[in-house]
Structure formats: C-alpha cells, structure tokens
Design a protein around this ligand. Structure first.
Ligand SMILES: [Fe+2]
Length: 325
C-alpha cells in the first residue's frame, strides 16, 4: 500500500458526529429511530475515538481527506467544520487553494482534485475559480491521470440521495468535462456503483468514469433500494442536501424522457451492488489503470472480489482541446 501507484479509495467511514451514539446499532432512519439523539453536536471525544481507531492504519499509510455532511457540525454562531479543520491538515496552500475545504495534490501519476460539496461551488465562488486555476496548471505529461473526488455523487441510481447534488453538477460538470477528468470518486450513498463514461446524463467516451464508494461502513446500514425499483422512486422533495439548493429535474431525452426516475437500471449506471467494502486503483501506465472493488466479505474467500475493470484513457481521442467527444 506504500507503493504510490496503488491508491485505496474508501468513503463514508468516519461519522464523527454520530460515532457510538447508538451503541453500534444500525438504523435505517437515524432521526426516526433516535429522535432525541444529539446528532449534530460537536462532541470532541468522538473525534478522538475515531482517530485512535484508525491510528494503526493511517500512521503507516498516507491519508488524504475530504469533508462530507457528517463533518459540518453547525454551531450557533455560524461556524462549521471546526473539528474537521482543526484535526486534518491538507496541502491547500501548496495547491493554490485559499481554503482547506478544497485542494489538490499529485500522487502516483495522478493529479487529484478534492472538492468541497458543502462549501460554495457556484461559478461565482472562490472554489470555482480556484478549481479553474488548478485545472489550467495541470501538466498531463507529468500527471497523465486527472482524478477528482468529493463527498456527494452527481451520478447515482440508488433511491438514497437520488438527484441530491444536481445544483453542484450544473455548476461544475462542464468544466470537469472540458479538462478531461478521467475518474470521479464520491461517497454519501452507502453502497457501490460504477458509471459508464458520461457527461450531462449522456454516454460520452470522453466523460469521466464516476464511481461511488460510500461503502466504508457506518451505523446507518447499506443502501439497497434503487430509484428504478417499483415504488422506490423518491418524491422530488425527499432528497435535499445539507448545503446548496435543490435542482431536481426530469430527463429531457432517452428512455426516461420526461420522468424523474428510470424504470430500469439507467444506461449510465454500469454496475451497482449493496455491500460495505472498498476499492483499489492501480496505475499501470499513462493510459491504463486497474480498478478493483472489494466487498468486506470477500476476505473470507480466496481471490474473490467484486467489480473489476481496466479504466483506459484515450488522450488522442479526448484531448483537452477537443471539447466534444
Ligand atoms: Fe454523506
């Protein structure tokens, strides 16, 4: 794991604002089952407990973090993310970012862009211009791969958090596409899903491969319902984010034209499975990377794994200058 060309991706595993509040019991609806639980408090021993729990691993393996909704911890005077920002340092200054809530770094032939889904992402925002400057500077000769990560997925066919972050994608998707981001990792949804290359909900050979790995393990159980399962399409009012607006939409073309949910697994969703687990990205060379997703239970069977694919870049077909695929 110390090999810089092997990167472990795991999402949704801290739950600092809920850790141990239920004695480890899972809950399908936390606020229904524990209406009196102080789940939005800033209880520092909970953060320390998680740090001690992770210490054997993260004292040996470098860990790069990005915040999610469970790290917001809103306080009375409008302060947010205080525990998170105090405990975790990130190379924001080195990357030219003015905030520790979004930054970038290089590792193993990859330029990583870490975005904040719970801090202003509009095209007029500091984060947006910081991202633009960062993307302009990327040297694909030095780091051929461009990988972005943020907490909440833009492409997601589970009922949970379905179309929750459309506002963010409407602001930022075009820029990531234009600069040829190769892979996007997200969490938030407690299950695994890998998308086909997609842009603006249309299959596109130059779009990023979106992968949801919000399956690191938590007390809220695995998400198992798909928005296209009979009776499982959420009401448009169900999924509103803890930050930003609601930009739900009906599909304007394709098999789900005029509808909020598909009636089958969408064509942009390649593989989905409800299990806790993690993934490993192995960079083979400047055009090939091997992505393997492991279910937690795979450890009990030799040579067993879940989803596995080679992700292949096509820099000639999808150059940064060619803005259409
Ligand atoms: Fe989340």
């Amino acid at each position: 794991m110390n090999d810089p060309s092997m990167i472990l991706m795991v999402g949704d595993l801290t739950y600092a604002n809920q850790y141990l509040t239920t004695g480890g019991k899972g809950a399908s609806c936390y606020s229904c089952q524990f209406p009196d639980a102080p789940i939005r408090e800033t209880f520092q021993p909970r953060w320390d407990g998680w740090g001690r729990f992770m210490e054997p691993l993260i004292s040996r393996v470098p860990m790069m973090v990005i915040e999610g909704n469970h790290e917001i911890e809103p306080q009375a005077v409008g302060l947010t993310f205080q525990s998170y920002l105090t405990r975790y340092s990130v190379p924001s200054k080195d990357s030219g970012s003015n905030s520790n809530l979004y930054y970038s770094f290089n590792a193993g032939g990859i330029h990583f862009i870490m975005l904040g889904a719970y801090v202003d992402y509009n095209q007029t925002s500091a984060q947006y211009s910081s991202l633009q400057h960062d993307l302009e500077k990327v040297d694909r000769g030095l780091t051929p791969w461009l990988v972005a990560a943020w907490h909440s997925p833009w492409y997601n066919s589970y009922s949970s958090h379905y179309q929750e972050f459309e506002c963010m994608s409407q602001e930022m998707e075009e820029m990531l596409y234009t600069y040829r981001v190769d892979i996007v990792f997200s969490g938030h949804v407690h299950a695994y899903e890998r998308m086909n290359r997609v842009y603006n909900y249309t299959l596109d050979p130059c779009g990023p491969v979106y992968i949801t790995v919000g399956d690191g393990g938590n007390i809220e159980k695995v998400d198992a319902d798909h928005a296209d399962d009979p009776g499982k399409c959420p009401s448009p009012g169900d999924n509103s984010p803890e930050f930003g607006g609601v930009c739900h939409m009906n599909f304007s073309s394709g098999p789900a034209k005029g509808k909020f949910c598909w009636d089958r697994q969408p064509e942009w969703s390649a593989y989905r499975e409800s299990s806790f687990g993690h993934g490993i990205l192995e960079m083979v060379n400047s055009t090939h990377a091997l992505w393997t997703w492991h279910r937690n239970q795979d450890i009990y069977r030799e040579n067993s794994h879940g989803d596995q694919i080679y992700i292949i870049r096509q820099p000639q077909t999808c150059s940064v200058d060619s803005k259409t695929g």
